[in-house]
Structure formats: C-alpha cells, structure tokens
Design a binder for this molecule. Structure first.
Ligand code: 13P
Length: 252
C-alpha cells in the first residue's frame, strides 16, 4: 500500500443530537486511544461539530464535516463556508456524497466548486464517487466514475490535489447491507488510481488515498483493507456506535 496511512472515516449523516454526538465521540476517543498506524475521523452533523471538536481535542480522532458551500461568506441562508468549518475544528470535509447528489441536486460542477473552496481553506476534501445499480448492470461503472472524477477535479493542479482523498461508494451498497466484494472494490480503486495518474501524474496517483464506502462493518473491513488499492473506509451506519466503529478502526 505504498506509504498511504489508512483512513477510517465515519459519516454520521443526519443522526445524533449534540449530547449524543459528544457521548459517542468521547467513547470512540477512549476506544481508539492506542491506535497509531491509521487515522480515524468522524463527521458529525453541523450542529455538533464545535462540541465534538472540544471532545476530541488531544485525541487520536480527527474531525470532518459532511458538506460545505463554496462562497466564503454572504447572504446564503442556511449555508456553511469552508472557513467556518476550519474555525470549528474540522480537518476534513466530505464532498459530493451520493445522497447529496440524489436529494440536493449536487452536480459534478458544484462538487468542483466545493473542492476548490475546501483546498483554499486547507481542508482535506473527501470526494465521493460511485455508480448506481442500474449503471453497474448496464456496464457503465467506469464511464460514470470517469465523468465524476474528470469533471469534479477539473482545472486543479497536482499540487492543489496533494491532500485529496477519494471515496468510492457504489450507490447500491450504501445502507443496503450489500457490500461490494473486495475484488470489485479493488478493480474500481485501481481504475480510479489510474485515472488520477493520467490526469495528475504518478506521484499523486501513488499518494492519493482511496477509501471504500458501502455497508462496511467489523466483519468485512479486514478483507477490504487487504486489497492493495483500498486505503481506508467511509462508514455510515456502523460508525454511529462507538463500539462498532472502533472495531472497524482497529481491524487486524
Ligand atoms: P453505510 O455504511 O450505512 O452503507 O453508508 C455508507 C456511506 O454512505 C458513507 O458515506
């Protein structure tokens, strides 16, 4: 796996009140306190970010957000900027999750603007890509991913992309209990790495971390992580319990 430090990230989606978030973060920080060879991250809902940031201070768990808006400030009711996320303690931001594409009209163009905003504020973007079940069945997986990567990362330099993280989340595997097999994940991750190489060169292709997401749990994480191009996981449902998520973070 070259020198890529594995990243196990928890996307809490629209779950947890402030007190629930703090309690889970506290437990998680305790449970993964001795893990040194990989990074754990959680992305709580916006309302809990500042509180969870305090809770995680000095711990081994990093903090992320689930979305941002690309403008720096202004009359954009209901939106949150990249600098606001940094000031609340975020290191990462998830961009272009399939649920945002599906329910909130996120497009490759808005994803591109959001990634730009993230890197401008020195937030690490986690770009989510993935095909639907229909697209996989009609053998369009690679062309869909190609479009998402090429348009999402349009006009960036390799220097700007040096912290980029990609999350491959096949839509058919999200919240369904249907995980991609480790071979399916490896095949796509290798394809994504080769796309990055074509677009940004060998050095970035070797260093970019590519996470798998979609029904990851303590029972399937080790097999996925054994694949040479799987550098971590983006976990939804199984990240909501500190105990379960810590078992994923601490995979053997
Ligand atoms: P599940 O782990 O619940 O399938 O969700 C995956 C996901 O969407 C993470 O961003």
């Amino acid at each position: 796996m070259e020198n890529r430090i594995p990243l196990i990230a928890g996307n809490w989606k629209m779950f947890k009140t402030c007190s629930e978030a703090v309690e889970t973060a506290e437990q998680l920080a305790r449970l993964v306190a001795n893990v040194t060879d990989r990074e754990a991250m959680i992305a709580p809902p916006f309302t809990a970010i500042s509180l969870v940031s305090e809770t995680l201070r000095g711990s081994r768990v990093s903090l992320g957000a689930q979305n941002l808006f690309w403008e720096t400030e202004g009359a954009y009711t209901g939106e949150i900027s990249s600098d606001m996320l940094v000031s609340a303690g975020c290191k990462y931001v998830i961009i272009g999750h399939s649920e945002r594409r599906q329910f909130f009209d996120e497009t490759d163009e808005t994803v591109n603007k959001k990634i730009n905003a993230a890197i401008r504020s020195k937030l690490i973007p986690i770009l989510c890509v993935g095909e639907s079940e229909k697209e996989r069945e009609s053998k369009d997986t690679f062309s869909v991913l190609d479009k998402q990567i090429i348009k999402g990362l349009k006009e960036f330099t390799s220097e700007e992309m040096k912290t980029l993280v990609i999350a491959y989340e096949p839509v058919w595997a999200i919240g369904t209990g249907k995980t991609a097999t480790s071979d399916q994940a490896q095949e796509v991750h290798l394809f994504l790495r080769s796309l990055i190489e074509k677009k940004f060169g060998k050095t970035l292709a070797k260093s970019v971390r590519i996470l798998y997401g979609g029904s990851v749990n303590p029972g399937n994480i080790s097999e996925l992580m054994a694949m040479p191009d799987v550098d971590g996981a983006l976990v939804g449902g199984a990240s909501l319990s500190a105990e379960t998520f810590s078992k994923i973070v601490c995979y053997p």
